[in-house]
Ligand binder design. Sequence first.
Ligand code: SF4
Ligand code: MG
Length: 320
Amino acid sequence: MKNLLEVNRLQTVFRADQGDVTAVDEVSFQIKLGETIGIVGESGCGKSVTSLSIMRLLGKEGRIQQGEIWFNGANLTELSEADLRKLRGKEIAMIFQEPMTSLNPVFTIGNQLIETIRLHMKLNRKESKAYAIQMLTKVGISRPEAILKEYPHTLSGGMRQRVMIAIALACKPKLLIADEPTTALDVTVQAQILRLMKQLREESGAAIMLITHDLGIVAEMADKVIVMYAGQIVEEADVFSIFEKPLHPYTQGLLQSIPGTENNDNNRLFGIPGSVPSIQRMPQGCRFHSRCEYATEKCIHEQPTLKTIKPNHQVKCWLY
Ligand code: SF4
Ligand code: MG
């Protein structure tokens, strides 16, 4: 099947006091229609910046320095802001971890939801309202008419996240980017929301790019997994290979950090010693070397390349 999204050698930089810093470095991957790709790694590894680059929502300080992002035949890095705005929300929708930042506090839920629907689905006001109510019901909101009149700050976190998901799914996007979509929510709501995302995929064949540090969610949802460390992809494989035979020492560490698994009797979260290097001071050689128990002299000085070990399994490590 054809790729829906193709990211080729993406490099995203941010302006800082000391000069440019690279947050995403030479990242390439593809997503097909109907496919779910999980992007994992600790905070500060470039997962969110990768997704914001696709949407070109990098703010004043950020820019795409190099690379191409192809979506459904269009190069997003070269599209005009006006054309991109037509894609955002309609063809590519995004769910963020903290919906407060993406819902406008001065407008009611109804205003925002109905407006999005009217704009993208070419429906009149009355039809849009009916569709909005239908969508809110779908995300498990029991009194949709009342919720339409509320302002974002009067709702609970879980409720706001459901509203965001209703907005995101309303326009039947081809690609849904979900950045830690359930992190702030209790397990019941979390399960509901994952179910909704699966439903979207089944009903409309959408592709999902799921950014999370929760490997349990990845195991449940993803077909393919990308592991990011310090702005780079260090391993990419189908979900079975990642869980059965993770190759990169970082991936192995992440898997051992899953609470409640046999490998993790202390219930450690991110049990890998040390922390992700700051993008201001990227180490030479393999970026993981200061935390890696297998590091050799070579690892300290030379950076490994992403190598294909078998079809659909790549790793960036000198051990292979
Ligand atoms: Fe560890 Fe060396 Fe592999 Fe980096 S390249 S992950 S330091 S063994
Ligand atoms: Mg993030």
